[in-house]
Design a protein around this ligand. Structure first.
Ligand code: ATP
Ligand code: MG
Length: 195
């Protein structure tokens, strides 16, 4: 019997955009994943220098963006845990909840390049298989990561970042079609990213 496989897509999702959704969908197809679990981060270790939208807003936008796909789900493990989110803790928790499931952690080329600097990086590769997806502006070359635990996947190029979306929202420029319609409306309704 083959073990069930699920994808895990970690991120700040401030806000979630179509780059995240395409990456998850492509990884789900390429690796035969039953579902992808989106895990919005609590306080991100590398982002403590900037104001991040409250976790509940980021969580709800992620729920809205994934609601129409019955193989996309959202987990609260990180936002309900005290303190900063470290990927090894996320994967440990998910592994404990689902010991019979193989975890595939999906990450863009920029985050992939940083993995070796993440806390407890050796343990990460025992907890999950890593899927590094291409991202415009970032090189997904061999970065000295263990070959047996990492796969590289070319996905349609989406030159979208949450940083750019926040800038656009702040300057009243359009964000339609960069994020799902419901997320555009949620940002407007709550006046997010206006400073
Ligand atoms: P920010 O600009 O605030 O850093 P972001 O767009 O990079 O936001 P994150 O929440 O930081 O979004 O990213 C979560 C994960 O999604 C990371 O692994 C990141 O590499 C990946 N990712 C984000 N945008 C894309 C994209 N356009 N294409 C492929 N992967 C992406
Ligand atoms: Mg980022």
């Amino acid at each position: 019997m083959t073990r069930p496989r699920i994808g895990v897509m970690g991120g700040t999702f401030d806000p979630i955009h179509h780059g995240h959704l395409v990456a998850a969908s492509e990884a789900m197809n390429a690796f035969d994943l039953e579902q992808v679990l989106f895990v919005p981060a609590g306080v991100q270790p590398f982002k403590q220098d900037r104001q991040v939208a409250p976790a509940e807003h980021r969580y709800l936008m992620t729920v809205i963006a994934t609601a129409s796909n019955n193989r996309f789900n959202v987990s609260r493990v990180d936002i309900d845990r005290e303190g900063p989110s470290y990927t090894y803790q996320t994967l440990r928790t998910l592994h404990q909840e689902m010991p019979e499931t193989d975890l595939f952690f999906i990450t863009g080329a920029d985050a992939m390049a940083e993995i070796l600097s993440w806390k407890n990086s050796e343990e990460l590769f025992e907890l999950a298989h890593f899927v590094g997806v291409t991202r415009p502006g970032h090189d997904l070359a061999d970065q000295g990561l263990p070959h047996e635990s990492v796969s590289l996947l070319e996905v349609p190029a989406m030159a979208i970042s949450s940083t750019d979306i926040r800038d656009r929202a702040r300057h009243d420029k359009p964000i339609w079609y960069l994020v799902p319609d419901g997320v555009v409306q949620y940002i407007g309704k709550h006046g997010l990213y206006q400073n």
